[in-house]
Design a protein around this ligand. Structure first.
Ligand code: IPE
Ligand code: IPE
Ligand code: MG
Length: 231
């Protein structure tokens, strides 16, 4: 099986998955975060080099306060678990998004996780937290405009590569395959610039039920398309 180098996933359907089981939405988020751990390991075993997941969007702050707080608690715990997993699996972790809006202690854990794992040679795992593509592009443009004003960048010399290098994803290749679970067919403000040529795969399966077999199915479909239109 020809494995895509970079797979990005919009983790969706935690709430509906829990509701279908008669459980609170937050239970879905707990199971969803556990599944992230599993899929990281499986992705690496399959030969995927880059995995990027959308965990919390800039729009998700509009959810009920209680749910936002529960998700933040899960993220806080997750950062701790991830530190151990990154060590064990030699995973290099990066967080994209505007982390300055997160609680101080979560920010500290993110910095520690990135620092501790920066020399690892295994899976390049990127987590999007308080991420929105329009926000990312806005921050990038603001910084680029500042650099032009300071004479660091010549506006005439700005290329697509320049813009990519100002985005949170600088240095990470664009995704080859985007997966969105749980039936919605929209991007919800995820990686708008980076997904320009990416193949999309949508499945009805909610994120907590998304297994290794589901990932393989997505890759098989990606391969079938690759053969049809491939280079
Ligand atoms: C995805 O699951 C997780 C986050 C966005 C934090 P949802 O919480 O969106 O679950 P549904 O879509 O309501 O089922
Ligand atoms: C997208 O899921 C964001 C994340 C997975 C973090 P949502 O469930 O928040 O998206 P919408 O609101 O249905 O577009
Ligand atoms: Mg959703």
């Amino acid at each position: 099986m020809d494995v895509p180098r970079h797979v990005a996933i919009i983790l969706d359907g935690n709430g509906r998955w829990a509701k279908a089981k008669g459980r609170p939405r937050n239970y879905g988020h707990v199971q969803g975060s556990k599944n992230v751990e599993t899929i990281c390991e499986e992705a690496w075993k399959m030969g995927i080099k880059y995995l990027t997941v959308y965990a919390f969007s800039t729009e998700n702050w509009n959810r009920p306060k209680e749910e936002v707080n529960a998700i933040m608690t899960i993220l806080r715990d997750y950062m701790k678990t991830c530190l151990k997993t990154a060590e064990k699996n030699d995973m290099k972790v990066r967080v994209i998004g505007d982390i300055t809006r997160l609680d101080r202690d979560i920010q500290d854990r993110i910095v520690q996780l990135e620092e501790d794992s920066k020399d690892h040679g295994g899976l390049n795992f990127t987590i999007a937290i308080n991420y929105g593509s329009r926000d990312e592009i806005t921050r990038a443009v603001r910084k680029l405009a500042g650099d032009c004003k300071d004479g660091v960048v010549d506006p005439e010399a700005i290329s697509e590569e320049t813009i990519s290098s100002y985005l949170d994803t600088h240095g990470i290749p664009d995704p080859d395959l985007l997966i969105r679970t749980s039936g919605e067919m929209r991007l919800s403000n995820f990686l708008l610039w980076q997904l320009a040529y990416t193949e999309f795969y949508f499945t009805e399966v909610p994120w907590p039920d998304f297994t290794k077999e589901e990932l393989e199915r997505a890759i098989r479909q990606y391969n079938a398309r690759d053969r049809r239109y491939g280079e």
